[in-house]
Design a protein. Structure first.
Length: 184
């Protein structure tokens, strides 16, 4: 089991006992509206399947998905998730993705979690590049990408159909050398 710690957070592999807090905290219209792949409603059964699938993914060698629960150090409840997905070991790259319970927005929690996962990806996994995408309406994710030095490399016009509308998807990338230089 992987566990990363920051000042306020524990970022760790999911456990079966996370099912209820995962379903409760992800099942919010704002999260659905700002993400490309999270269904609404997000049922308890969806959470059970997600955690079971993640358990199977962790057994793969090499592992290609690192999906982490985010919890506050003083509370075991899952308040979000962050991960590195689709790890391409040949080319040294992965895709970062995340969500955070609405009650915890605008508190610096995702910045803290993202820094820990970027450090993990570049230092522990020795990735060369981390990419990410977000809906163009998701200013929180856009600001996080910019904060950590990601470069906007393109826009997929009307790439997602969500809630009766076509939405653009922004694509970002961060090279290990650019990340390290931003903290030296």
């Amino acid at each position: 089991m992987i566990s990363l710690e920051t000042e306020r957070l524990i970022i760790r592999d999911f456990r079966p006992e996370d099912t209820e807090s995962l379903a409760r905290n992800i099942n919010h219209p704002t999260i659905f509206n700002l993400t490309a792949h999270i269904p609404q409603p997000y049922t308890l059964e969806t959470a059970v399947k997600y955690i079971q699938d993640d358990s199977v993914e962790r057994e793969k060698d090499p592992r290609i998905n690192y999906r982490f629960a985010i919890q506050l150090k003083d509370n075991p409840e899952v308040i979000g998730s962050i991960g590195l997905h689709k790890v391409d070991w040949t080319n040294g790259k992965a895709e970062i993705g995340y969500w955070l319970a609405v009650d915890h927005h605008r508190q610096g929690i995702m910045s803290e979690a993202e820094k820990a996962v970027l450090d993990f990806g570049f230092d522990k996994l020795k990735l060369y590049k981390i990419v990410g995408t977000c809906l163009s309406i998701n200013m929180g994710s856009t600001n996080l990408f910019l904060r950590f030095g990601f470069r906007h490399v393109g826009t997929f016009i009307e790439d997602r159909f969500k809630d009766g509308k076509r939405l653009d998807v922004l694509t970002w990338e961060l090279l290990a050398k650019d990340y390290k230089n931003s903290y030296d």
